[in-house]
Design a protein around this ligand. Structure first.
Ligand SMILES: [Zn+2]
Length: 281
């Protein structure tokens, strides 16, 4: 555990004393989610705020669509974790200016503790389920478990559960066909801290998609998709029971890598081979 990681974790631990747990963005701006109505959002349902607008019918339509997306995301969380323990508050932005005002930049969605922020590009059940998975995972981890949970695993579970086309098997095949640099299975598992994860996202150009869109080029998501490639087969084979047992073991003090590999071996022992992400450059 390096000094930077220790510093970051300690910093987040201090933030936890407030109702917010930060996930890699501006504290001050993310903190605006604590008072969404002061920041230009309006409530449309319990736990759901949307960017204010003048057209009432349009606002009602957007609210109804988001409620349907929330129900689908909740079903995906329930299917993966067996039950839903977390109840995140959702904030939806319909403009990039709104998203940026809350600290969102470049990404599609964000989670600040139990508060989800959606950009105009993430107004669907996939990105709700992705961020909700982070909240659900956190709600099930002890302090110790959370401390030791690598970022690549948390992201991989979120990617696998949310089934977003942007991070799909089909996108992986497209990346391979176009020889886009991707993290190897081994390299992925070295992305343990949020800093390491964000550095890899930057290194692979995954934070340059706004510029690609502006140039009319396809987006690339090599790091998130690599995490999905690792976790999709793992989750499929260990199942809900295996995931919960794994979380229990990590909470009880089992080293993460040992517990992860043991869960995969146990599934393989039942006659199911866990396909590793292919070696990549
Ligand atoms: Zn994520």
């Amino acid at each position: 555990m390096n000094a930077r990681r220790t510093w970051r974790r300690s910093w987040v631990a201090i933030l936890l004393l407030t109702p917010l747990l930060l996930s890699g963005c501006s504290v001050l701006q993310g903190g605006r989610l604590l008072s969404p109505q002061w920041a230009g959002l309006e409530p449309v349902a319990p736990g759901l705020y949307i960017e204010a607008g003048d057209d009432e019918r349009e606002q009602a339509r957007r609210g109804a669509e988001l409620q349907a997306a929330l129900a689908r995301a909740e079903a995906a969380i329930r299917q993966a974790y067996g039950e839903v323990r977390s109840r995140p508050v959702v904030h939806a932005c319909f403009t990039e200016a709104c998203y940026a005002a809350f600290g969102g930049r470049g990404s599609v969605a964000k989670v600040y503790g139990d508060r989800i922020l959606l950009s105009p590009r993430g107004l669907n059940w996939h990105f709700l389920a992705h961020e909700w998975s982070h909240t659900e995972m956190r709600s099930r981890l002890s302090w110790r478990g959370w401390w030791h949970m690598p970022q690549w695993f948390d992201e991989g579970v979120a990617v696998a559960i949310s089934d977003a086309p942007e991070h799909s098997e089909a996108h992986w095949r497209w990346l391979v066909a176009h020889d886009v640099a991707r993290p190897s299975a081994h390299g992925l598992r070295r992305l343990r801290t949020l800093d390491q994860w964000l550095a890899a996202v930057h290194r692979h150009g995954e934070d340059q998609n706004a510029q690609r869109r502006a140039r009319g080029e396809p987006e690339i998501h090599p790091v998130y998709t690599a995490a999905g490639q690792a976790l999709r087969p793992w989750l499929q084979h260990v199942g809900t029971a295996g995931l919960l047992r794994f979380i229990e073991q990590v909470n009880a003090g089992a080293p993460f890598d040992e517990a992860y590999d043991a869960a995969a071996s146990a599934a393989a022992g039942k006659g199911q081979a866990v396909k590793a992400a292919e070696p990549t450059r």
